[in-house]
Design a protein around this ligand. Structure first.
Ligand code: UFG
Length: 336
């Protein structure tokens, strides 16, 4: 029996596949390589010492989705695949709604046809919208995500919740990630975005590598300890291990459960810059720029529910996240 991992070659997907394989699971990857590379799949096999079956296909292609289920004994699904660039989603909303929602419909259709009723979904803290208070708990009402990308995450959460309500024998685990950064200890896999990065850590890495001139710090007048935005950065390997626990949970219950995956600690943009400088020994030049539209001041998790119910806690701190991200960039100066 195997776990189907959509988007398994991506940043979080690849680290999750390594952890799943190392814990003895069989893995089938379904990935279009829209924002990842086939090399990541070879590296997953190298790091785990195990083979995976790969479907190089898009979830929009319902025939290929059907083929993956027909040709393998799939027992659970981890669904990462989706477009995720916040800014692009504002420019091209239909692309985002079509890709992320239609892809999910094809996946759920095939699951229903093949009697597969366990799914772990890659959601985001963005579904909380503008939080009234921090740390954020899973029982907080969901808010208004600021962009179409975030709205697709919330919609898919709601769709899966409805599917489970209609058929109570389903097990749905919704994982709300905070800010995943870092890379595998080996430095072989890590975050490898196309083009100029949108997110803080890959941007800092490119400045450190000399590919970008300086970091723009988006706003220093937020009500935080140094005026810059505060987020809950989490090591991608910790996040990946959360998925192994989530699969165990999905096998043990029927219903829908939501878990925050974060450390519970908030760091500002400048905290991250300084931690990165310490870890790498490289100075990161930065300029204060205007606030970025849609950003909130502070966002960090209450991770108590994941600890209590999944037996999961993040192990790595910010210094290790920075050191591992830097190690990956140094070993892969031109990406994977
Ligand atoms: N930032 C900068 N300069 C940059 C990039 C980011 O100052 O060049 C700041 C942002 O303003 C923010 C912090 O760094 O304060 C983190 O920004 P990221 O873009 O790295 O991450 P976000 O918190 O905006 O977004 C992340 C994910 C989204 C997800 C969201 C949920 O990228 O997919 O968390 O909260 F929806």
């Amino acid at each position: 029996m195997a776990i189907l991992v959509t988007g398994g070659a991506g940043f979080i997907g690849s680290h999750t596949c390594v952890e799943l394989l190392q814990s003895g699971e069989e893995v089938v990857i379904f990935d279009s390589f829209a924002n990842s590379k086939p090399r990541a799949v070879e590296l997953i096999e190298e790091l785990s010492g195990k083979k995976v079956r790969l479907y190089h296909a898009d979830l929009l292609d319902a025939n290929e989705v059907e083929r993956a289920f027909a040709e393998n004994a799939i027992e659970s699904v981890i669904h990462f695949a989706g477009l995720k660039a916040v800014g692009e989603s504002v420019q091209k909303p239909l692309l985002y709604y079509h890709n992320n929602l239609t892809g999910t419909f094809h996946l759920i259709d095939a699951m229903q046809r093949h009697g597969v009723k366990r799914i772990v979904f890659s959601s985001s803290a963005t579904v909380y919208g503008m939080p009234k208070e921090v740390p954020m708990r899973e029982d907080f009402p969901t808010g208004q995500p600021e962009n179409p990308y975030g709205r697709t995450k919330l919609m898919i959460e709601q769709i899966l919740t409805d599917i489970q309500r209609a058929d109570p024998t389903w097990s749905v685990v919704l994982l709300r990630y905070f800010n995943p950064i870092g890379a595998h200890k080996s430095g072989k896999i890590g975050e490898d975005p196309n083009g100029i990065p949108n997110n803080l850590m890959p941007y800092i890495c490119q400045v450190a590598a000399g590919r970008l001139d300086h970091l723009n710090v988006f706003g220093n007048d937020y009500p935080t300890h140094d005026g810059t935005g505060v987020r809950d950065y989490i090591h991608v390997v910790d996040l990946a291990r959360g998925h192994v626990k989530a699969i165990a949970k999905a096998r043990s219950f029927q219903g829908t459960e939501i878990y925050n995956l974060g450390t519970g600690i908030g760091y500002s943009v400048l905290d991250v810059v300084h931690a990165f400088e310490r870890a790498s020994g490289v100075k990161i030049p930065y300029q204060i720029a205007p606030r970025r539209a849609g950003d909130i001041a502070e966002c960090f998790a209450d991770p108590a529910k994941a600890k209590r119910e999944l037996g999961w806690t993040a192990q790595y701190g910010l210094d290790e996240m920075c050191a591992d991200a830097w190690n990956f960039i140094q070993k892969n100066p031109n990406g994977l």
